[in-house]
Design a protein around this ligand. Structure first.
Ligand code: GLU
Length: 321
């Protein structure tokens, strides 16, 4: 079926989705990272960006929150830019674990690879792959430059979050050294973990995440800067990873109900990609039991429901001004 959407329809759907999701409560801020436990639980923002750069924003869309696991997406893209999608498949894998994001059991079950760059194990492994090897500052620059290119503006490190995570990331330290045991850390293990922890501690806005999502939806062309950030062949690969594991052990339920591949983070962010059509991002701190924002999920799935969008629907969607 052909679906033709106007800017007005997209604006109105986002506005309604925001209003309805505002009334949904429940969930709790992540408590295992002290900084996140103290963020105002009432913050809520929803941003949509179209491939032509048109943006629709509702609520707290300029508030910088912890990007957390959404950072796994840009760094997976960077690893593919540097090593090709086939290289990432070989070094890390592309399988959903069906287990929590920080599962050690998942590594033991699949001792031949860390499963996917979008769980903690694979993301730490991806950080270890980033070039130039052995140079923490240069690797950090590559990671943040890539995010800046994808968003069209720079993220900012939240120092307090970085300190808070570094002081409490014992589980991730165990993951790193277990992966080292399986030869799946491709640089210094402590440096790789530190880069992962730092990238999770970047502050980002829902407006920036919507731009990143729109860049992926536009096969690597940033709608704000018009720059081709990555090879178009990477777009379906990263969207596949997002679809299969973006919501951890609830990824199937999520795609089934919302119809849109999306990645969540324990900072409360959700970033969704509708290939060729739009990018969407929502942010609200309280999380469900799997670590996914309750309100952000509601806003994004309500938006796709109102417009009848779904990546599996087989519709040809065009957006006119
Ligand atoms: N920094 C968090 C961790 O490694 C990210 C988890 C997430 O957002 O899912 O535990």
């Amino acid at each position: 079926m052909d679906i033709r959407l106007t800017h007005q329809q997209i604006h109105d759907a986002a506005s309604q989705a925001f209003d309805r999701a505002s009334k949904i409560n429940g969930g709790k801020n992540a408590s295992y990272i002290p900084y996140l436990a103290n963020i105002d639980p009432l913050l809520f923002g929803l941003s949509v960006m179209l491939p032509d750069g048109t943006a629709f924003n509702f609520g707290d869309t300029t508030y910088r929150f912890g990007i957390e696991s959404v950072s796994k997406v840009p760094t997976a893209i960077l690893a593919m830019r540097q090593h090709t999608p086939a290289g990432v498949l070989d070094a890390i894998g592309a399988d959903a674990t069906g287990l929590p994001f920080n599962s050690i059991f998942a590594i033991l079950l699949e001792n031949d690879h860390p499963s996917t760059p979008l769980v903690n194990a694979g993301a730490i492994s991806a950080c270890s792959m980033i070039e130039p090897k052995g140079d923490s500052d240069a690797k950090w620059k590559a990671i943040t430059d890539n995010i800046t290119e994808l968003c069209g503006s720079a993220p900012q490190l939240i120092d307090e979050l970085y300190r808070s995570e570094s002081a409490t990331n014992f589980n991730n330290r165990a993951i790193t050294w277990l992966l080292k045991n399986y030869n799946r850390i491709y640089d210094d293990p402590d440096m790789s973990l530190d880069l992962y922890t730092r990238q999770c501690s970047l502050g980002i806005t829902s407006q920036q995440l919507a731009a990143m999502a729109a860049t992926i939806a536009s096969r690597g062309v940033n709608p704000v800067t018009h720059k081709q950030v990555f090879d178009p062949a990477i777009a379906p690969k990263i969207t596949t990873l997002i679809a299969t594991v973006g919501f951890y052990q609830h990824s199937g339920d999520w795609l089934y109900t919302s119809g849109i591949p999306a990645k969540s983070g324990v900072g409360g962010g959700v970033m969704g990609v509708m290939p060729g059509v739009l990018g969407i991002a929502a942010f609200a701190p309280p999380l469900d039991d799997a670590g996914n924002s309750v309100k952000a999920q509601a806003a994004v799935s309500e938006f796709t429901r109102i417009l009848g969008l779904g990546v599996m629907n087989g519709d040809r969607v065009t957006v006119a001004g």
